[in-house]
Design a binder for this molecule. Structure first.
Ligand code: UDP
Ligand code: MG
Length: 309
């Protein structure tokens, strides 16, 4: 039977939590009495993840497993799961039970009300370091500011996507897909559900600092040309600085204070640097446009039509 719901789960070295995740998920999904599938993507695990998943899949035909040839990262695993998913609604969630199954069921409720993307919004985050919480807090707000997109703050990968949104995301030709940004970019009727994020059920976080920095970078670069424009801003600041210096020097000269010739070098060099930065910024503007073209995103995505086949 074609599943209505696809539960999509990336897993990297998660041998401690897979069985408990599967049992808990089943306990919450079965009472809905609607067909669903669970797709696990084993992201190149080096522990017993593959074996455990194969065992679960042997017992339950609604459990599907994709084994990556190596570790490609959570984003890639989620994209793979979205590609294989058959459901009308797809829910991406972690397998460590930090994304609570009862919230997934609430997301389904929102979907039945007509929402097409439901974000899981973290109210409290237990068991995470102060550093991670603080940087995440600042990052989400910064990203919103520079992308001019209404990316909901404090949301992660835990989301429900309607089939239409899944198809829209998969149809994008760009290679570097940052799902959290695209979930907002594709539009559709969106809402969020707030929840307290519990601690990981077992095992340790698979997100090293290096991986987090790379994700943060992807988020900014995939969705914003802001860094390219910094050059123009810096150039203008330099220009203003040199102007102030020139005016000050001229006033000093008018007041009869004699300045050594070398002093004039300062505003001149600053002015030249500003000029170079602005010129460089103009090239960046074009690079930004080329980047947009290369990404090849469509100019619009249609949600619904009336009287159009
Ligand atoms: N994950 C993955 N590949 C990776 C890193 C993580 O598939 O390279 C999975 C991981 O198994 C988990 C989810 O992504 O299901 C989130 O990872 P984790 O719980 O370690 O992140 P945190 O909740 O600490 O941010
Ligand atoms: Mg986790």
């Amino acid at each position: 039977m074609k599943p209505i719901y696809s539960i999509l789960v990336p897993a990297y070295n998660e041998q401690e939590v897979l069985d408990i995740f599967y049992e808990t998920m089943k306990k919450h999904m079965d009472p809905l009495k609607e067909p669903y599938e669970i797709i696990f993507v084993n992201d190149g695990s080096k522990d017993n993840t593959a074996l455990i998943l194969a065992n679960i899949a042997k017992r339950d035909k609604n459990v599907k497993v994709i084994n990556f040839s190596r570790n490609f990262g959570q984003q890639a695993a989620e994209l793979a799961a979205l590609t294989y998913a058959k459901g009308d609604a797809c829910i991406i969630m972690d397998c460590d039970l930090q994304d609570p199954p009862e919230v997934a069921v609430q997301m389904i409720g929102k979907w039945k009300e007509g929402y097409e993307i439901v974000h899981g919004k973290r109210k409290k985050r237990k068991g995470e370091t102060f550093f991670k919480k603080a940087t995440a807090h600042m990052y989400y707000r910064f990203l919103r500011k520079i992308t001019n997109m209404d990316i909901p703050t404090d949301t992660g990968e835990f989301k429900l996507y309607d089939r239409k949104a899944v198809n829209a995301i998969l149809s994008l030709p760009e290679h570097n897909r940052y799902l959290r940004g695209l979930a907002t970019w594709v539009g559709f009727k969106q809402t969020s559900i707030s929840f307290d994020r519990p601690e990981r059920r077992a095992g340790v976080t698979k997100w090293t600092l290096k991986k987090m920095i790379k994700l943060a970078e992807d988020g900014i670069l995939a969705n914003s040309s802001y860094p390219l424009f910094l050059s123009i801003k810096a150039g203008i600041a330099f220009g203003i600085m040199s102007l102030i210096a020139f005016i000050t020097f001229i006033v000093l000269v008018c007041c009869g204070i004699n300045l050594p010739l070398a002093a004039w070098l300062f505003p001149t060099v600053v002015l030249l640097a500003g000029f170079t930065l602005v010129m460089n910024g103009f090239s960046n503007v074009y690079i930004g446009r080329i980047y947009d073209e290369v990404k090849g995103r469509p100019n619009f995505i249609v949600g619904d039509t009336i009287n159009i086949e």
